[in-house]
Design a protein around this ligand. Structure first.
Ligand SMILES: C[S@@+](CC[C@H](N)C(=O)[O-])C[C@H]1O[C@@H](n2cnc3c(N)ncnc32)[C@H](O)[C@@H]1O
Length: 209
């Protein structure tokens, strides 16, 4: 396992789940202040707004939930049951301390998920489908654990949408999903600084058929 220094460049340079565990173990306590607030991280709010606007309902699976920023944004808009799933025990400990989640579950999105088929009425994810984190292969299991008509709202870093196979994966999944649409939005707000301040994200919104 590599020793990682917690910042955005290091996050984008990760390669394996063990790299992710090492980085986020050291970042969990300061992630909200040194990343989300300093970079004016907009994706959790974008996801919650789209979830709410499309009539999303619980139980919700927050895939790569981290410290719980998406749940905080959803719960500001509507009450619902949300489960957090993440590779990092330390990120989940911070999420749990906020009291947002029904359950927090440690696990790997690139492996078979520990949920029964059709368990969730929605799947949301912010900041996790990106280079060095989770690729499009995770979508098959997320679809399996979703109920028929479940709403998906997933962010994908724009520069990886085509090059890392997300566009092709969504095309291949078209018989299994309905109402597929994408919107491209800034990942960071006006308060962001540094090389990544103008980065864009694709948000894919669809329902399981
Ligand atoms: C940039 S953070 C985003 C956290 C949160 N969703 C947010 O918007 O602030 C990425 C998260 O993905 C998690 N992660 C990375 N690889 C993963 C995997 N294979 N399975 C589950 N979670 C993973 C990390 O532990 C980390 O908490």
């Amino acid at each position: 396992m590599r020793e990682e220094k917690p910042d955005l460049d290091t996050a984008y340079a990760l390669e394996t789940p063990d790299d992710n565990r090492a980085l986020y173990a050291g970042w969990a306590e300061t992630y909200d202040a040194t990343f989300a607030q300093e970079m004016d991280f907009l994706m959790p709010g974008h996801v919650a707004r789209l979830f709410d606007g499309h009539g999303g309902d619980g139980p919700v699976l927050d895939a790569g939930a981290g410290t719980g920023l998406v749940a905080g944004e959803i719960l500001r808009r509507r009450a619902c049951d949300i489960d957090a799933f993440d590779l990092s025990a330390e990120m989940l400990a911070v999420a749990r301390s906020k009291g947002f989640y029904r359950r927090t579950i440690e696990g790997d999105l690139t492996a078979p998920l520990p949920f029964a088929t059709g368990s969730y009425n929605a799947v949301v994810s912010s900041g996790t489908f990106t280079h060095g984190h989770v690729g499009p292969e995770a979508l098959d299991e997320l679809l399996r654990v979703a109920a028929p008509c479940a709403l998906f709202v997933l962010t994908i870093k724009t520069e990886h949408y085509d090059t890392r196979g997300f566009a092709g994966k969504f095309a291949a999944l078209s018989p299994a999903i309905t109402g597929f649409e994408t919107v491209q939005l800034p990942i960071y707000g006006p308060g962001a600084t540094g090389d990544h301040k103008d980065d864009q994200g694709v948000i894919a919104v669809f329902r399981k058929a």
